[in-house]
Design a protein around this ligand. Structure first.
Ligand code: GLV
Length: 328
């Protein structure tokens, strides 16, 4: 009988993937609601060949060296919590879950955009607090989405899916990206502009880049001051792309009108953080991919990546393909 490889899973994930992992591996699963503490991860990986982790776990060279990992499988598309260079240098393939959460995250981005534009959370609070006494000609006036200008920073999978939604609302869609996408420009009628032009012209600025050293604080004081005073910023990518202190000032001092955030820096934000308390900021707890369909598929992909790595096969969804070039 084959020996079952030992793996550590840092949180309960949907059974769609966890069941396979439990059936094929000797799996230890952290069942806490909060992430496992660092010392627990270090102890647990010591005798494991596989690690299935979340974006809230920091996986660096120290964790990799604590055991003899043959694969790291992340239950997310973004892998900024994992030191990919360290993994590649150690010959450890890192799996992730691209594609299956694109539409869910684009839906959430648009939900945030609409919620901020039409001041939905303020309206809900107003009704709950007993403020609704009559129809108000001047109450809760927001911004029209239909026909407005949308600026998409980063035209990857999710940025493109958001651009499509914008076109459905007859928006003029500008995008900035390290490279041009002529086919998408033609298919969707998008306009390629510089970041400067985008922030100056857009009524809605939405961020869809990975978090990299060059995108950290891409939205800083200068960018926020360059935006229109009536503009709305949406971030459903990674918190670190926006300078949170500058954003607080921008919202307090009216450099921009409103913001809507699915991701923050720090994450999670404490309940007494100014961004949580401000009426012109909508914050939700990193739920971009939180649909049953997307999370089930993510779990299946994370399991597929884990099992492929354990049997020495190429990961079907690999975040550091350079690891294979290194071996040949
Ligand atoms: C979610 O943020 C992800 O990267 O999958």
């Amino acid at each position: 009988m084959n020996r079952q490889p030992k793996v550590y899973v840092t949180r309960l994930i949907p059974e769609a993937g966890l069941q396979t992992v439990r059936e094929t591996c000797h799996a230890r699963v952290w069942e806490g609601k909060l992430p496992p503490p660092r010392d627990v991860i270090l102890r647990e990986v010591a005798d494991c060949e596989g690690l299935l982790c979340l974006l809230s776990d920091e996986i660096n060279g120290t964790v990799m060296d604590a055991g003899e990992l043959r694969v790291i499988s992340q239950f997310a598309v973004g892998v900024d919590n994992i030191d990919l260079t360290a993994a590649t240098a150690r010959g450890i393939p890192v799996g992730h879950t691209p594609g299956v959460l694109t539409e869910a995250t684009a839906d959430l981005t648009f939900a945030l955009l609409m919620a901020a534009a039409r001041r939905i959370p303020e309206g809900v609070d107003f009704v709950r607090d007993g403020g609704w006494r009559t129809w108000e000609p001047l109450g809760l006036l927001g911004a029209q989405v239909w026909g407005a200008t949308l600026g998409v920073i980063g035209l990857g999978r999710i940025g493109t899916a958001v651009a499509r939604r914008g076109r459905g609302f007859q928006m003029r869609v500008l995008y900035s990206d390290p490279r041009r996408h002529p086919e998408l420009e033609k298919e969707l009628g998008l306009e390629y502009v510089s970041l400067e032009e985008l922030v100056e012209q857009a009524d809605f600025v939405t961020v869809h880049t990975p978090l990299l050293p060059e995108t950290r604080h891409l939205i800083d004081e200068g960018t926020l001051r360059a935006m229109k005073p009536e503009a709305i910023l949406i971030n459903a990518a990674r918190g670190g792309i926006v300078d949170a202190d500058a954003l607080v000032r921008a919202l307090e001092e009216g450099w921009i009108a409103r913001a809507a955030l699915d991701v923050t820096d720090p994450e999670p934000l404490p309940a007494d953080h100014p961004l949580v308390r401000m009426p012109n900021c909508v914050v939700v707890p990193h739920i971009g991919s939180a649909t049953v369909r997307a999370r089930n598929r993510m779990a299946e992909m994370a399991a597929e990546n884990l099992l492929a790595g354990l049997t020495g096969e190429r990961l079907p969804y690999c975040a550091n393909p350079a690891v294979y070039e290194r071996e040949s």
